[in-house]
Design a protein around this ligand. Sequence first.
Ligand code: HEC
Length: 169
Amino acid sequence: MSNERQDVVLGHAHEADGIEEYDNKLPTWWVGLFFGCVVWAGAYLAWFHFVADTSQAKMYQEEVAAAALAWPAPTADQALAAAATPEAIEEGRKIYMANCVACHGPAMKGGIGPDLTDATWIHGGGLADVQKTISEGVPAKGMLSWGPILGPQKVAQVAAFVHSSGGGM
Ligand code: HEC
C-alpha cells in the first residue's frame, strides 16, 4: 500500500525512554475491520434485543428449567434415606434403647405402643412418615411428641433406625 507519510515521527511530547510516536495512516484493511465491527455490533444489538428478543436472564431461566427436568429434586424419602448412614442408624439404636423400649419393647415388637417391625403402619411406613410420627407424636394415643424432646438430629437418627429395622417401606 502506498503511503507517502509512512514513518513520520509525530514529534510532540509523546516520547518516553526514547520511544517516539509515529503518525502513520492506518491500513485500509484495519479501518475496514474497525468500522465493520461497529456496524456488526449495531446490527447484533438490534437482533439480540428486538428481533430475536433474547436476554441472558431468559436464557438462564430456560437452563434452570431444563436442569430441573433433567435432575428432579429428591423426594423427602430419598433425601432422608441419603442421611440414614450406618452411623446415624447406630446412634438411632442407642436413642431407641434409651427412650422407646418402655412402650415399643426391646425387640420393637410392641407393648403399649405398636409393633414397629411389621409391615402394618398406622401413620405410614415411609421414612418421612416415620420421622413425622416420631417428631409430632400422637399425644391423644400416648405417643409423645419427640421433636421438642430429642431435637431434629436425634429424631432423624431414631427414625432411620426404626425404618431400617424391618417394617419400613
Ligand atoms: C409412653 C409410650 C411410648 C413411648 C415412650 C414411645 N412411643 Fe411410639 N407410640 C406409642 C403409641 C401408643 C403409639 C400408637 C399411636 C397411635 O395409635 O396412633 C406409638 C406409635 C409410634 C409410631 C408409629 C407407628 C405406626 O404404626 O405408624 C412410631 C414410628 C413410634 N411410635 C416410634 C417411637 C419412637 C422412635 C420412640 C422413642 C423415641 C417412641 N415411639 C416412644 C407409645 C410410645
